[in-house]
Design a protein around this ligand. Structure first.
Ligand SMILES: *[C@@H]1O[C@H](CO)[C@@H](O)[C@H](O)[C@H]1NC(C)=O
Ligand SMILES: *[C@@H]1O[C@H](CO)[C@@H](O)[C@H](O)[C@H]1NC(C)=O
Ligand SMILES: *[C@@H]1O[C@H](CO)[C@@H](O)[C@H](O)[C@H]1NC(C)=O
Length: 199
């Protein structure tokens, strides 16, 4: 028994030594401003659909996307995380508040996300495309959390998730860490990010 465990461990060591690591792994799944949220070991697989001609743009961690790539709501694939669990998915901008980066701009929030039928997911905050100010590039960040039982949006956050004629103004300075604590979202289980704006 002990010998088998040792053999298994050495297989893992060989795999690591050969540079092999789990599919979807990336060392820097969060931009520097949001490292305070932890170090999710999984890279969240996110794609932006493009309507004409029909195609998709995959997000590669830390790389630039063009405004034309990010017009439509991003789609996260949680299958590599779990085939059964429910997830909460967000896209946030940590660069709208330089002094308090975790007071983010909320671009979208989706609950009840599963590996299977996206039709069952609930759009909590409708997608708003990036609008980086001229001369700036922002690090737009995707977060996935395991959805706690009875997850719902506390009333005090309703103004932040709404889509109104003055949006995106109401989405600014969303207190992300407080929201995570208030709703028991727990650690970020997978993340990814891209840059958009003037390099
Ligand atoms: C950044 O967020 C903090 C906390 O809400 C707030 O006090 C401050 O006014 C914000 N700064 C800007 C530039 O919006
Ligand atoms: C975005 O991420 C880069 C690392 O690639 C970092 O140097 C930069 O400070 C971050 N924030 C902004 C606003 O670019
Ligand atoms: C998740 O789906 C359930 C069942 O359809 C629904 O009652 C609940 O409100 C949804 N959660 C959120 C946060 O919208």
């Amino acid at each position: 028994m002990k010998g088998r465990v040792v053999a298994l461990l050495s297989l893992v060591e060989v795999a690591l030594a050969c540079g092999g690591h789990p599919v979807g792994h990336h060392d820097n799944n969060l931009p520097p401003e949001l490292q305070v949220l932890g170090a999710p070991s999984q890279t969240l697989d996110v794609k932006f659909p493009i309507s004409s001609p029909p195609s998709v743009v995959a997000v590669h961690t830390g790389e630039f996307l063009k405004a034309a790539d990010t017009v439509e709501a991003p789609e996260a694939d949680v299958k590599p995380l779990s085939t059964q669990d429910l997830f909460v998915f967000m896209m946030v901008d940590p660069d709208i508040n330089a002094t308090s980066p975790t007071y983010v701009g909320l671009h979208t929030m989706v609950a009840n996300l599963t590996a299977h039928d996206h039709a069952f997911s609930t759009v909590v905050a409708k997608y708003i495309a990036p609008e980086p100010p001229a001369g700036e590039a922002h690090n737009y960040t995707f977060l996935a959390f395991h959805q706690p039982r009875h997850f719902s949006i506390p009333a005090k956050y309703a103004p932040y998730v709404a889509t109104t004629p003055t949006s995106p103004l109401n989405r600014i300075n969303f207190p992300l860490q407080q929201f995570i604590a208030d709703t028991n979202l727990g650690p970020v289980v997978a993340a990814n990010w891209f840059k958009e704006g003037d390099a």
